[in-house]
Design a binder for this molecule. Sequence first.
Ligand code: GLN
Length: 292
Amino acid sequence: MKNIIKILAVLMVLVFTLSIVGCSAEGNDKANSGGQEENVQNDANANQAEGDAQDSEDASAESETMKKIRETKKIIWGTNAEFPPFEMREGDQVIGIDAEIAAKIAEKLGVELVVEDMEFDALITALQSGKIDFIAAGFTIEPDREKQVLFTDTYFKAVQAIMVQEGNEEIKSADDLEGKKIGVQNGTTGDFIASDIPGAEVIRFNNGIEAALDLNNGKIDAVIIDNLPAQMLAKSNPGLVVLDEKPFDAEEYAIAVRKGDTDLQQVINEVLKEMKDSGEIDELANKYSIGE
Ligand code: GLN
């Protein structure tokens, strides 16, 4: 009997030990595969100074977009490069605040940045169809857009501004816009606001520069456009001024990714946090707004 108990005890110890070894082996497997995946990302991140790669705890959750970015070693930024100081052309380069953010996103992922410059109102469709991987375009978070794209954290506060010809005695506030010819960029928040003004005739342009030209020529009465671009346009069009009064809702810019691309959203949020915390975004606003 004693022997049987002894044998049983030995067996139990054996089973117990085996199960522990089994568990830890499994644990090691997991840790290893996790490590390997991190290495793949780190390979891509070869130039990255800090080793804060995304945790690969749940590798199966990688989005198709992230997989494609890793495999092609490219990320495609969609924008409308006619929106200084956020994006504008300099030779064949696109520069500006969003351009620097986009470059940081690519750097963080250890991949090349490809720019797709298109009409502003084509951006959402381009994102949804997979032509681009993210939108950075002074893009305001807006309920209707939230239904179509996934926004990141915000990185810039904005408000729509009214531009008129210098010395205009008729339009001194938003109330004076009723029944007027208002120029806007097609599909922007300025367009939405102008469309709600009673009796206003909304003239839609592909970009603010064209709208400012027609305002200068007296073909339209006012332009509604984001505050910072308005200031830039007024600087390069001496005949135009921006009204001090900005009665419209506060807006916030964010970057947009495809619905479901939460892993890319998370990487972009990290980049934005770093750039906001270090004061870099504010510095960029100064850098690109001055001297134009
Ligand atoms: N902030 C505005 C919007 O999101 C305008 C952006 C732009 O013209 N690039 O509609």
